[in-house]
Design a protein around this ligand. Structure first.
Ligand code: CO
Length: 196
């Protein structure tokens, strides 16, 4: 098991359309296990393979919700497809690949999904409410779609502006740290000389 690095927007790999899974081998099972550990470590409720740099149709959906009595329950869906949807609902979403943003998104309230499990066996799922929202969010990732694409242009542009500022501030901080590190050896030399 391993915790994998999660790609962050605007990484172009998040914009690619994922490939169908055709081989259900140990490597696929290992990736799903690593993704599960990565998702738990990041306190996520869903994770798609492209978010960890694997361009294949594999997602995890945590369906335990607020029903803690039944413990954690995570669905592993391979080659998932929405075949039916109904109603609409608004839910506040975030994404492990989109830092520092939560926003309301309107999605279908119910979805029927056909998929395969990690061994390639067919699955049909009917999901509603919160679980339906998480599944739709994860399936979007397989088409290179992020939840910010569902926001108004204005909201998305404001976020992009804010993100650029955040990144600039972070770069400046790193630059300062670098300068500090470069200064350190000099002060050590000075100290040594001082002792002579
Ligand atoms: Co996401």
């Amino acid at each position: 098991m391993a915790i994998l690095p999660i790609l962050k927007y605007p990484d172009p790999a998040l914009r690619q359309v994922s490939q169908d899974v055709t081989v259900f081998d140990d490597e696929l099972a290992q990736l799903a296990a690593d993704m599960l550990e990565t998702m738990a470590d990041a306190h996520g409720v869903g994770l798609a393979a492209p978010q960890v740099g694997k361009n294949i149709k594999l997602v995890l959906v945590d369906v335990s919700g607020e029903d803690e009595e039944h413990g954690t329950s995570v669905l592993t869906l391979v080659n998932p497809k929405i075949v039916q949807h109904g109603g609409s609902m608004v839910f506040e979403e975030g994404c492990l690949s989109v830092i520092d943003l939560k926003a309301n998104v309107t999605r279908a309230k119910t979805v029927k999904i056909v998929a395969q499990d990690i061994k390639g066996q067919p699955l049909t799922l009917d999901l509603e409410g919160y679980r339906s929202v998480v599944a739709q969010h994860e399936l979007d990732h397989l088409s290179g779609i992020l939840f910010i694409d569902h926001l108004s242009n204005l909201k998305r542009e404001l976020y992009i502006k804010r993100l650029k500022k955040l990144q600039k501030a972070q770069e400046e901080e790193e630059e300062e740290e670098k300068e500090k590190r470069q200064e350190e050896p000099k002060s050590r030399i000075a100290l040594k000389i001082g002792k002579i």
